[in-house]
Structure formats: structure tokens, C-alpha cells
Design a protein around this ligand. Structure first.
Ligand SMILES: *[C@@H]1O[C@H](CO)[C@@H](O)[C@H](O)[C@H]1NC(C)=O
Length: 213
């Protein structure tokens, strides 16, 4: 008799606590934190780089590869650990464009601030041919907001290097924003003639957010 009564009470408490576990709590668990533990702002400039800035520096754009000009630009890791790289704005897609904070598991586009030029129609990151093999699936600029080719999401890194900092991985999920290959592709770094270039691969790149001043 006793265990039965006890489970009844537990059940009631659970039901009653449901209405308060509302949208606020739901968005709390989807919050993204920077390396200092502060919530990452939506549509604000951040550096992104490895947890231990010893295996190279932050992510940046480059207009030169193999001593040749590339256009649109490539998204690469700065080889020097002292460099934080470039800063990028993460913009939520859909009806959440007025959110104050960035959310994980949410379709977004990444704005690089690269100047628009004759060969660079947009400044958003894109992977035009994610199902192609390296180097055709490298991340470049030239994308537009909220398109399949420029559709990404931030996810928790499954096995963080440090329990003290929030680290993340990026996924490219074309079908979340438009017509494109289904599923998600982890953003990886590929060492290509001494330059670690971002591409749509399998092994995710673990990174942290650092607010740009
Ligand atoms: C992406 O990375 C996660 C974590 O390492 C892994 O479990 C998953 O299989 C990867 N996805 C793909 C498509 O490779």
C-alpha cells in the first residue's frame, strides 16, 4: 500500500510542476555561453576558436591559398595561437530574429563581415556542395541569409575538453533552411598544405565563443 501511495504523490507533484516549466526554462537550456560563462548574444561579433588555444588560433577568413587569390574567401583557422582570428555574427533564422541571445539547436546563418566584391555576392558562410569531397566542400563566404547552403546550427560538443568551459560544435544542416541534402554535416577542419580549412565533414571542430570588443 505504502509504495503505491508514494508514487501517486510523485505523480501529482510532477503534473503540478509542468505549467511552470514553460518556454523560459526551455530557452534557458538552449542558451549558448561564451568562454567567460556569459550568455552569447544574438547577432553580435564573436571570435570562435579552440578550447586550448595551442593548436592554432581562432577562425578567420583568408583570400589567399596556395599563394593564389581565392574568391569567395575561405574560412580557416589562424595558424598562430596568439591570433584570435576574425569575428563573426551568428543570426538565428526564422521568426527568432529579435531574440536577445543565441540559441543552440536552431537554424542560423553566420555573417563574416567580408566586403562584398565582384566575386563575393554575400558575406555569409556557405558550403555550396556539402556532399562533394574535399576541397569542394570547404566553407567559403558568398552566401546569403537563411538559405540551404548557408544553414548552420550550434550544438554542445559531446565530450568537452574542459568541464569548466562551454564548448560547441557547428553543424551544417541545409534542409533546415531550404531545399538541400537532408541531415547535418559536422563542421570540421582539414589540414590542406599547412592551412586548416573549414569544411563539411564528420569529425567536429570543438570551439568556444569569445566576445569581440
Ligand atoms: C558529428 O559529430 C558527432 C560527435 O562527434 C558524431 O556523433 C556524429 O556521428 C557526427 N556526424 C556525422 C554525420 O559524422
Amino acid at each position: 500500500m505504502k509504495p503505491k501511495a508514494l508514487s501517486h504523490v510523485v505523480f501529482l507533484v510532477f503534473i503540478q510542476s509542468l505549467p511552470s516549466a514553460d518556454a523560459a526554462a526551455a530557452s534557458e537550456v538552449r542558451q549558448v555561453y561564451d568562454v567567460t560563462g556569459k550568455k552569447v548574444l544574438h547577432n553580435a561579433p564573436y571570435y570562435i576558436g579552440p578550447v586550448i588555444w595551442a593548436k592554432g588560433g581562432g577562425i578567420k577568413l583568408t583570400n589567399t591559398k596556395d599563394n593564389k587569390k581565392v574568391c569567395p574567401f575561405y574560412v580557416v583557422q589562424d595558424p598562430a595561437e596568439v591570433n584570435r582570428g576574425g569575428h563573426f555574427n551568428f543570426l538565428l533564422n526564422g521568426r527568432d530574429s529579435d531574440e536577445k541571445y543565441l540559441l543552440k539547436s536552431h537554424a542560423l546563418s553566420i555573417e563574416s563581415g567580408s566586403p562584398e566584391g565582384p566575386c563575393d555576392k554575400g558575406s555569409y558562410w556557405q558550403i555550396p556542395y556539402v556532399k562533394a569531397k574535399v576541397p569542394s566542400n570547404f566553407i567559403t563566404t558568398g552566401g546569403s541569409f537563411e538559405r540551404a547552403v548557408s544553414c548552420f546550427q550550434v550544438m554542445d560538443y559531446p565530450k568537452p575538453t574542459s568541464p569548466k568551459v562551454h564548448s560547441y560544435m557547428l553543424q551544417h544542416c541545409p534542409s533546415f533552411c531550404g531545399a538541400g541534402p537532408g541531415g547535418c554535416f559536422n563542421v570540421s577542419l582539414n589540414l590542406d598544405k599547412g592551412v586548416r580549412v573549414g569544411y563539411g565533414g564528420t569529425a567536429p571542430f570543438e570551439f568556444v565563443f569569445q566576445k569581440a570588443k
